[in-house]
Design a protein around this ligand. Structure first.
Ligand SMILES: [Zn+2]
Length: 104
């Protein structure tokens, strides 16, 4: 199990998890309820962390995370103008070809 992402904003960690799960990468989020144990463990231990279960998926997971880095976008799913795939509203770049989202 390899940690690929961590962020104090659990929503963001969840978005990353959704992205990886959408690509059939098995993931695990640790410290999802970290605030309940605050005070018992070092603070760094309660940062939500996203793990990839299979070592062989790690490189691909990191590539996906680097490609996307969602910015809490709102709205509806969109269609990539370049390759035509459906892209989740949370993501500002096409997960397939990397083309950026175009508004309107
Ligand atoms: Zn595309």
């Amino acid at each position: 199990m390899i940690k690929v992402f961590e962020n104090f904003d659990f929503t963001r960690v969840g978005q990353m998890q959704s992205l990886l799960e959408a690509h059939d990468i098995r993931t695990f989020v640790r410290n999802q309820y970290g605030s309940s144990v605050m005070g018992e463990v070092p603070f760094v231990e309660v940062v939500p962390q996203l793990f990839v279960l299979e070592d062989r998926d790690v490189a691909r997971a990191l590539e996906l995370l680097k490609l996307d880095l969602p910015r809490a976008a709102e709205g509806e799913d969109w269609v990539c103008p370049e390759c035509g795939v459906d892209v989740d509203a949370n993501f500002n770049r096409c997960w397939k070809c990397g083309v950026g989202r175009t508004e309107g």
